[in-house]
Design a protein around this ligand. Structure first.
Ligand SMILES: [Cu+2]
Length: 181
């Protein structure tokens, strides 16, 4: 009890600590923030390497006024899915108010599909249920993402960027057919 003055409310002598001393509360917050950083790094690692999340790059630039009539997008309705190697497919897709072209895509089980998607009017989105495909689609820019589909079934896709009055009706279906094996 050497510090009666401060307990009485008047300013006592400043507490002295060794150099490098950290208040325990502050130290705990430091620890907590380090735990958070590690947790976020693990989450990013799991998303990127285990779940296949990718950031769409600036794949290419196109003219939104003409891209729909130019190869390879011009062939999107007649030839929506192209096999570029055994089990590897590419889809060139146009998003527009208020539909996807193509809006039905069928591939065999175990396929790898690369999507090249662009918009000819406003910003759209492409989210394919139960896959890593989740793209922002900006007019003039091509968004590219690859996914591997190991499970047969239907995977609905929707526009997730509000694009106008018909936004809610903008959807399609990706069908993965079971292999013969
Ligand atoms: Cu849309």
């Amino acid at each position: 009890m050497t510090d009666e003055t401060s307990s009485a409310g008047s300013p006592g002598p400043a507490e002295t600590h060794e150099e490098g001393w950290i208040d325990p509360t502050e130290r705990n917050w430091f620890r907590f923030s380090i735990v958070l950083l590690v947790a976020f790094a693990v989450a990013v690692g799991v998303a990127g390497f285990a779940l296949g999340f990718q950031v769409p790059g600036d794949e290419a630039r196109v003219d939104p006024r003409t891209v729909a009539d130019e190869a390879p997008w011009s062939d999107r309705i007649d030839n929506p899915v192209r096999e570029v190697a055994p089990g590897e497919y590419v889809v060139y897709m146009i998003a527009r108010q208020f539909r996807y072209e193509p809006n039905t895509i069928t591939v065999p089980e175990g396929s790898t599909i690369t999507f090249y998607v662009t918009s000819i009017d406003v910003q759209h989105g492409l989210k394919i249920q139960d896959t890593n495909i989740n793209l922002q689609i900006v007019p003039g820019q091509v968004s590219k993402l690859t996914t591997t589909l190991d499970k047969a079934g239907t995977y609905p896709f929707i526009c997730h960027e509000f694009c106008g009055l018909g936004h809610a009706g903008m959807f399609g279906t990706l069908t993965v057919e079971a292999g013969e094996g």
